[in-house]
Ligand binder design. Structure first.
Ligand code: THU
Length: 129
């Protein structure tokens, strides 16, 4: 269950977004099973395809610091309805999160929707055997 504090951290993270092209900031707050919090924002590039989404920034920051076990993710966007993560981010979530891990999506009005990773990306490609 996302606390107000975690939601505010995701919103705060969106203030660091580098979004000169879309002007669409996203912020994320990722909690490890040990209780550490990694935040992330989207980082755009003039070569548009190099853009990194806010969710993936948070996940990559955590993994690069040695954390791979997570308990929840909060994603904030300035959308009317709770923001919907892109397909690439859902695939990266499926790589690192258990299927029942909660992801809380937050709108600009701070309304929320909680979904599991399994709901966000059913029948995901994670097994190469
Ligand atoms: N974006 C994210 O950061 N996360 C998503 O799940 C959806 C899209 C970013 C990418 C780009 O910087 C901007 O939102 C517009 O697509």
């Amino acid at each position: 269950m996302a606390t107000t504090e975690l939601i505010e951290l995701a919103i705060k993270a969106s203030e660091h977004a580098h979004v000169p092209y879309s002007h669409f900031p996203i912020g994320a707050a990722l909690v490890t099973k040990e209780g550490q919090i990694f935040t992330g924002c989207n980082i755009e590039n003039a070569s548009f395809g190099l853009t990194n989404c806010g969710e993936r920034t948070a996940i990559f920051k955590a993994v690069s610091e040695g954390y791979k076990d997570f308990s929840e993710l909060i994603v904030y966007g300035r959308t009317e309805e709770p923001v919907s993560p892109c397909g690439a981010c859902r695939q990266v979530m499926a790589e690192f999160f258990e299927k029942d891990m909660p992801v809380t999506l937050v709108s600009k009005h701070k309304t929320t929707v909680e979904m599991t990773v399994g709901e966000l990306l059913p029948y995901s490609f994670t097994d190469l055997t």
